[in-house]
Design a protein around this ligand. Structure first.
Ligand code: NAI
Length: 456
């Protein structure tokens, strides 16, 4: 269902009227397209405190001054006390107004120190700063914080956040290198991360060079629930990035799954993910192995707990959590998920904030977060596989079109960008996590929610 309010405020009379009435002013977000692959304008690098980061190794096109920057990177990794925290204000105060529409601000922080509580306090302060600026900056601009120690491991992350692909990701804190650097493209890939992703394959690797425009070339990606909605967009975006896609959905949706697979040059797999031995059946269908596993299939069966029959509870927990646990285990244990692989699971802001009428759904999606946080370090150490989650907010799909009008309208507006996201926003975030050079991004739960007020 189209967002008519957004269309209306995109017209001159609409903008005039809604401004006069003090109503939300959502900007039309500039998303990625083949015609607009990058932000239009310069990327400005600012520093607060004394930084040890080696920006020359970053492979990013950065300038020291720009009239109307499309993006601003603020290196605040060297902020260690309240005095140097003032340099964050001093650096951004003069430029924030001039950041272009749909522009980006990325603040870089250091890991929190366990031995220096002054450093930890001011580094934590950067989170409150980032989230507050995200809420006030407006005009489709986003503000995110990345904690890192080595820019070379953060190439794919910074390129994503500084591009139109991250249009609906704001107010997020992403830790790069939280569990070591590994998984093909952590450290090794980072060394290859010269200008525009291109680089050599990791030493001793039989993998081909990474094509910056099609980084998933030669890799196979399986997306569950991909016959429509967000899953379809994920399959499409991974195929755009060069992956061979396997479109999995329930047998009842086989025709749609085939249509999607045919369009993307992939294959369809008609399988109910809750079926017994679903993981083994996927493994059998992929004798050559799998590189990217996207757990996207999900259902809602909303009722308040007092009115919820056991069947509504168990069906949601089975699709959204138990099958994710089972297939993950089966595909890791059988070795189907190759070294350097990626798992991206789909949580939800309802799993972070809770939502009335969704005790079953909220439990299942919080369970996904628990799975990711616990498995991530082990999967990296034992299998060289990263495990992350996307947590969508209000995304325009059939699922959200079924929500009653007033609740739907509230869901759309109650975020910093004052609009719902599109399936492609979740897909672009998944593609960044699946990128061969995102090996140092592990155990992260990234909200794709326009900085929703829910659970913020
Ligand atoms: P959707 O209902 O449009 O699509 C879900 C797909 O999963 C369908 O094609 C369905 O046939 C498939 N599926 C359901 N049960 C399955 C099973 N047992 N085995 C295999 N496939 C199965 O949903 P949408 O909106 O695209 O959501 C995708 C994911 O994103 C879900 O996990 C959902 O919980 C999550 N999400 C969506 C949000 C939104 O605003 N639309 C917000 C937060 C999370």
């Amino acid at each position: 269902m189209a967002d008519r309010y957004l269309t209306f405020t995109g017209t001159t009379p609409g903008r005039f009227l809604t401004r006069r009435l003090g109503l939300p002013q959502p900007a039309t977000l500039k998303r990625w397209s083949p015609q607009r692959p990058a932000l239009e304008g310069e990327r400005l690098l600012l520093t607060a405190g004394k930084s040890d980061l080696e920006w020359r190794d970053a492979g990013l096109d950065l300038t020291a001054s720009a009239g109307k920057p499309a993006a601003v990177l603020l290196d605040a990794t060297g902020v260690r006390d309240v005095e140097t925290l003032a340099e964050v204000h001093a650096a951004l105060h003069p430029v924030v107004r001039s950041v272009a529409e749909s522009g980006r601000i990325v603040v870089l922080g250091a890991p929190l120190s366990a031995s220096d509580h002054h450093q930890a306090a001011v580094q934590q302060a950067l989170e409150g700063f980032t989230r507050s600026l995200g809420k006030e900056i407006g005009r489709g601009r986003t503000v995110n914080l990345v904690r890192l120690t080595d820019v070379r491991a953060a190439g794919s992350t910074l390129r994503f956040l500084l591009s139109p692909r991250s249009a609906y990701v704001s107010g997020q804190v992403i830790v790069v290198g939280a569990y070591g650097e590994g998984a093909h493209g952590g450290r090794e890939g980072a060394h290859t991360g010269g200008a525009r992703d291109a680089g050599e394959a990791p030493a001793g690797s039989d993998r081909p060079l990474i094509d910056p425009d099609r980084p998933l070339t030669g890799r196979t990606a399986l997306v569950t629930g991909a016959a429509r909605g967000i899953g379809e967009a994920v399959a499409e975006t991974l195929a755009r990035d060069g992956a061979r896609v396997v479109v999995l959905d329930v047998p009842q949706a086989e025709q749609d799954a085939r249509r999607v697979a045919d369009r993307l040059g992939g294959t369809a797999l008609a399988l109910d993910i809750t079926a017994s031995h679903a993981g083994e059946r996927i493994a059998a269908a992929l004798p050559d192995g799998l590189d990217v596993l996207v757990h996207n299939a999900g259902i809602t069966r909303d009722r308040r707990l007092v009115n919820m029959p056991a069947e509504r509870w168990s069906s949601v927990l089975d699709v959204n959590l138990a099958s994710v646990l089972r297939t993950t285990d089966a595909l890791l244990e059988s070795g189907t998920l190759r070294r350097g692989g990626r798992i991206v699971a789909t949580a939800s802001i309802a799993g972070l904030a809770g939502n009335a009428g969704q005790t079953n759904y909220g439990a299942s999606k919080a369970g996904v977060v628990g799975l990711v946080r616990s498995l991530a370090p082990r999967a990296l150490a034992e299998h060289e596989v990263t495990v992350n989650a996307v947590a969508p907010g209000f995304i325009e799909t059939r699922m959200t079109a079924a929500i009653p009008l007033f609740i739907r309208e509230a869901g759309r507006r109650m975020n910093s960008l004052a609009q719902g996201g599109l399936p492609v926003d979740v897909a672009e975030t998944t593609a960044w996590l699946a990128h061969p050079e995102s090996g140092a991004v592990n155990g992260q739960v990234v909200r794709v929610c326009g900085q929703s007020l829910l659970g913020a």
